[in-house]
Design a protein around this ligand. Structure first.
Ligand code: DGL
Length: 193
């Protein structure tokens, strides 16, 4: 099978890596929309337009299935994309929500882009105590590999939740790239990507 994935940039490579490990016999086509990164602050209208362009690009490469390897598009556009094309389209947020609902975690912090957090998809669909926090500058810094102030930035966002959560969800596919930094800042908290 030939599977297409897309994201605003390199973030979705974190999804691609896991797929290659788990399903090494498929072929993969990855599209990173570097021209338009970051997606996280764009309007839903713009996001939908970009998602449709990305899907058309992948379809022109004859993929049999598409995975939206982007939390921002997954949380805002899925219902408008899913029945529009002849190939199945999957998002990366729904499986995370199912996992959380089946888990033993009770107090969950979700970090994501502004648009993902604005959608309140986690708060609305996870039956636990969910705190949603937007971390708007992270995706761009990660995309630029500008990690010099990462600890300082993470402390600013995360310190006040440290004692109140048992899990943190990386709601943006760029964030697994900084998992080791997040683990250092929240050593007792389970990191879920
Ligand atoms: N990696 C994407 C996400 O999961 C997009 C981040 C961005 O471009 O702002 O939300």
């Amino acid at each position: 099978m030939r599977i297409g994935l897309f994201d605003s940039g390199m973030g979705g490579v974190s999804v691609l890596k896991k797929l290659i490990m788990k399903y090494p016999n498929n072929e993969y086509v990855y599209y990173g929309d570097n021209l338009n990164v970051p997606y996280g602050n764009k309007s839903v209208h713009e996001l939908l337009m970009l998602a449709n362009n990305n899907i058309k690009f992948l379809l022109s490469h004859n993929v049999d299935m598409i995975i939206i390897a982007c939390g921002t598009i997954s949380s805002n556009c899925l219902s408008k994309l899913v029945n529009k094309y002849d190939v199945p389209i999957y998002d990366i947020i729904s499986p995370t929500i199912d996992y959380l609902n089946d888990s033993n975690f009770n107090n969950i912090l979700v970090i994501g882009t502004k648009r993902t957090i604005d959608s309140h998809i986690f708060r609305n669909r996870v039956n636990k105590n969910v705190i949603e926090v937007e971390t708007p500058e992270l995706a761009s810094l990660i995309e630029e590999n500008n990690l010099d102030n990462m600890y300082q930035i993470l402390h600013k966002y995360l310190d006040s939740y440290m004692d109140r959560i048992d899990a943190i969800v990386l709601g943006c596919t760029h964030y697994p790239i900084i998992t080791s930094y997040i683990r250092d800042v929240l050593p007792h908290v389970r990191v879920i990507d």
